[in-house]
Design a protein around this ligand. Structure first.
Ligand code: FPP
Length: 229
């Protein structure tokens, strides 16, 4: 039987901290290893023919982490954009960064915008980084945009299709498969609207250890599901 490759895979990259702790390293080392692993999984996703890969890099709740860790994550993300943009172009990666701008420094916002522009015409895969992202915030933002639309008839009931149109990325199809590493059975405010019918795959592996073989296992498990909606 031919393997069905999900068109859109979304990943909660959890366990960097525990990975580092187990190795007697600081948490930031875990995030660095996580960023390196992301490159590996991105490359493998292209090889497999995945068309959209969404990863949860920083949530709206992550600001509450110790200042040093937040700073480290911002620098890691910024460094990732600068150092990988040329490679991403060669690989045909269209980059999107999805989330709120609130609290993000002007210099990082500028870098995000420039990198997205640099890669806007690539079409091997859409690599969507959820950064300063919160699912509830996305839905709340959608409601506020609907309310602010002056062309809308006041008091007209809102439909599901209309809400979907006001999500951050209305052109990206909903994920068929959501993967969470490090064994937690939680959604942590990730893509609340978009995962209504997604299949879930949870593994005990920490994110830096989630390699190509593990991705294959997740896809095999997805293939065994009977998707009924
Ligand atoms: C969760 O692990 C992971 C994060 C909050 C950050 C994810 C970031 C990366 C994988 C690297 C940076 C991303 C890019 C795009 C360069 P955790 O810290 O909650 O781990 P723990 O639960 O074991 O403490």
């Amino acid at each position: 039987m031919e393997l069905k490759i999900p068109k859109h895979i979304a990943i909660i990259m959890d366990g960097n901290g525990r990975w580092a702790k187990n190795k007697g390293k600081i948490r930031l080392e875990g995030h660095r290893a996580g960023a390196a692993n992301l490159e590996r999984i991105l490359e493998e996703s292209i090889k497999l023919g995945v068309k959209y890969l969404t990863v949860y890099a920083f949530s709206t709740e992550n600001w509450k982490r110790p200042e040093m860790e937040v700073k480290g994550l911002m620098e890691l993300f910024s460094g990732f954009l600068s150092s990988k943009k040329k490679t991403m172009k060669k690989q045909g990666i269209k980059l999107l960064v999805t989330g709120s701008k609130e609290g993000v420094s002007d210099s990082l916002l500028k870098k995000i915008e420039e990198t997205e522009k640099y890669l806007e015409n690539e079409n091997n895969i859409v690599f969507n980084i959820a950064f300063n992202y919160g699912g509830r915030k996305e839905i709340t933002d959608a409601i506020n945009k609907i309310l602010a639309d002056e062309k809308r008839e006041p008091g007209k009931p809102v439909t599901e299709e209309e809400v979907a149109k006001y999500m951050y990325r209305p052109d990206i199809p909903d994920p068929e498969l959501v993967i969470r590493t490090s064994g937690e059975f939680r959604i942590s405010n990730f893509l609340l609207w978009e995962i209504a019918y997604s299949e879930f795959y949870i593994t005990d592996k920490y994110w830096p250890d989630f390699d190509e073989k593990e991705l294959e296992k997740a896809i095999l498990s997805f293939n065994k599901r009977d998707r009924r909606y």
